[in-house]
Ligand binder design. Structure first.
Ligand code: UDX
Length: 437
C-alpha cells in the first residue's frame, strides 16, 4: 500500500481520497480552505454524496485518511500526488487553469523527493505538460517528477459506487515506472486499466463527456419529432437501446443535461478544437440543442396558456439530477428566470437542494417545505428532476392540491396509462399529451 497526497478536496478530490484510503492506501488530503479542512478532520464532508461520510469517518478513525492545509506536511511522504482542483470556465468557455497552475507551483516549491504527479482534474490536452514545466521551474531539489493523466469518470450521486465499478481506469503516461505504480495503486478497485499516452488520456475524458452529451441531445431532438409525428420517445429509445452498438443508457429524453461537467466540458472541447482551427460542428449543435431543450417546458406552458403573467407555477426539482444537492448548470436556473420574466409566480421544492438553490435563484422564488405545500393552489407544475419522491407521488394528490392539475413533466416520470386514470392535464417530453378533464 502506498502513501498518497490529494490536492484539492472538491467533489473529485474528496471522493478519490476517501476511496483510496478505503482500499488501504495512506492518504493525506490537502486544501487551502482552513474551515473546510477543520470540518473534514472531524468527518464532516462539504458535499452530499451517498456513502461518503461513513467511509470518511471509518478511515479517519483507522488512521488511513488525514486532512491538512500544510503542503510540507501533506507531501512529506507522498509517492503519488493527485491534482484534483477545479478547472472553472473562462468567459469565452475555455478552461481556466489558474488553480492547476498554482498547485503545480506549490508542488514544485514543496516536493523534496522523487514523485509521480497524477492529474485527475479535467484539463485541456497539453495541460499535463504545462504542469510538468511549472513544477520543474519551481523545484528546489534535483528530484525526478513523473507526470500522469488519470481522468475521473464519476457520476455525482454514484461516485463511490462508480469508483469501485467503473468501466475503465485511464492512465496516461510516457513512463513505465509511473504506469506500474499507478496500476498497482488502482488494482484493489478491480476496474479494467487502460494505459495510453498523456495527450490521449486527456482527450478521452473530453471525448467521453462530449459523446454522452451528444446522445442526450440526439434523443431530445428525436423526442421533438416524436411529438409532432405521434410516436412515443420512451419506446423509440428502448427499441434503439436494444441494439448493442447503441446501448440503452443515456437515451432518456428530458429537459437536457446540466451539472458541473457536460455543459462546461463540451464548450471547453469546442474551444480546444477552435485553437487548432477545427470547427466542431456536431458538438456546437449539441450545445445549442441543449440550451433550447432546457426551455422546452416554458415554451409548452406559453403555448398552453398564451401568457404566463400572474400564473402560479410549482417548480419541482432543483438539483441538476436526482441524488445530489448540486444545482450547478441546473435547468431550474434558466427556467425560473424565464418564468419570472414572463410574469409568473414561482414556488419551488427539492428534497435536498433548496439551500444551494437559494444562493443562486432569483429572490422572488418562494420555497415549499414539501411537495404538498409547494403545489397548493398553483396553476401548473414543472417537474425538472426525476427524484424518486416525485415519481412515487400519488397522482390523485395533484387534483387535491392544485386548482386544476396541469403538469409539465420534463423527465417523463409517469407512465401515460397511469396518468389516464386521473383528472389531469399532462404534457411530457416526446410523448402524446393527455387531457383528462
Ligand atoms: C457526468 C458523467 O456521467 C461522468 O462520467 C463525468 O465524470 C462527470 O459528468 P454527472 O455530471 O454526475 O456525470 O451526471 P450524469 O449522471 O452523467 O448526468 C448528467 C446530466 O445529463 C444530468 O442533468 C441528467 O439529468 C442528464 N441526462 C442523463 C439526461 O438528460 N438523459 C440521460 O439519458 C442521461
Amino acid at each position: 500500500m502506498r502513501n498518497l497526497a490529494v490536492i484539492g478536496t472538491g467533489y473529485v478530490g474528496l471522493v478519490t481520497g476517501v476511496c483510496l484510503s478505503e482500499v488501504g492506501h495512506h492518504v493525506v488530503c490537502i486544501d487551502v480552505d482552513e474551515e473546510k479542512v477543520k470540518k473534514m478532520k472531524s468527518g464532516i464532508p462539504p458535499i452530499f454524496e451517498p456513502g461518503l461520510e461513513e467511509l470518511m469517518i471509518k478511515n479517519i478513525k483507522n488512521g488511513q485518511l488525514h486532512f491538512t492545509t500544510d503542503y510540507t506536511e501533506g507531501l512529506k511522504n507522498a509517492e503519488v500526488i493527485y491534482i484534483t482542483v477545479g478547472t472553472p470556465q473562462n468567459i469565452d468557455g475555455s478552461a481556466d487553469l489558474k488553480y492547476i497552475k498554482q498547485v503545480a507551483k506549490d508542488i514544485g516549491l514543496h516536493v523534496t523527493h522523487d514523485v509521480i504527479v497524477a492529474t485527475k482534474s479535467t484539463v485541456p490536452v497539453g495541460t499535463n505538460e504545462l504542469v510538468h514545466k511549472i513544477i520543474q521551474e519551481n523545484l528546489k531539489e534535483n528530484v525526478q517528477i513523473d507526470i500522469v493523466s488519470n481522468p475521473e469518470f464519476l457520476r455525482e450521486g454514484f461516485a463511490i459506487y462508480d469508483t469501485f465499478n467503473n468501466d475503465r481506469t485511464v492512465i496516461g503516461t510516457s513512463q513505465d515506472h509511473a504506469a506500474k505504480i499507478m496500476t498497482e495503486i488502482n488494482q484493489p478497485f478491480n476496474v479494467p486499466i487502460f494505459i495510453t499516452d498523456i495527450r490521449s488520456a486527456e482527450m478521452i475524458k473530453y471525448a467521453s463527456n462530449a459523446f454522452l452529451a451528444t446522445k442526450i441531445s440526439f434523443i431530445n431532438e428525436i423526442a421533438l419529432i416524436c411529438e409532432k409525428i405521434g410516436a412515443n420517445v420512451d419506446d423509440v429509445a428502448y427499441g434503439m437501446g436494444q441494439d448493442s452498438r447503441i446501448g440503452p443508457k443515456f437515451l432518456d429524453a428530458g429537459i437536457g443535461y446540466g451539472g458541473s461537467c457536460f455543459p462546461k466540458d463540451s464548450i471547453a472541447l469546442v474551444k480546444m478544437a477552435e485553437n487548432v482551427n477545427h470547427s466542431f460542428k456536431i458538438l456546437n449543435s449539441v450545445i445549442e440543442i441543449n440550451k433550447k431543450q432546457q426551455m422546452i417546458l416554458v415554451e409548452k406552458a406559453k403555448e398552453r396558456f398564451g401568457s404566463l403573467k400572474g400564473k402560479k407555477c410549482a417548480m419541482l426539482g432543483l438539483s441538476f439530477k436526482p441524488n445530489t444537492d448540486d444545482v450547478r448548470e441546473s435547468a431550474c436556473i434558466y427556467i425560473s428566470k424565464r418564468l419570472i420574466d414572463e410574469g409568473a409566480e414561482v414556488s419551488a421544492y427539492d428534497p435536498i437542494a433548496i439551500e444551494n438553490a437559494k444562493k443562486i435563484l432569483d429572490s422572488k422564488v418562494k420555497y415549499g417545505a414539501n411537495m404538498e405545500e409547494t403545489l397548493q393552489d398553483t396553476d401548473f407544475v414543472f417537474i425538472l428532476t426525476d427524484w424518486k419522491e416525485f415519481i412515487d407521488f400519488p397522482l390523485d394528490k395533484f387534483s387535491d392540491l392544485m386548482k386544476f392539475p396541469i403538469i409539465f413533466d420534463g423527465r417523463n416520470c409517469y407512465n401515460l396509462e397511469d396518468v389516464k386514470q386521473y383528472p389531469i392535464e399532462y404534457h411530457s417530453i416526446g410523448r402524446a399529451s393527455i387531457i383528462n378533464k
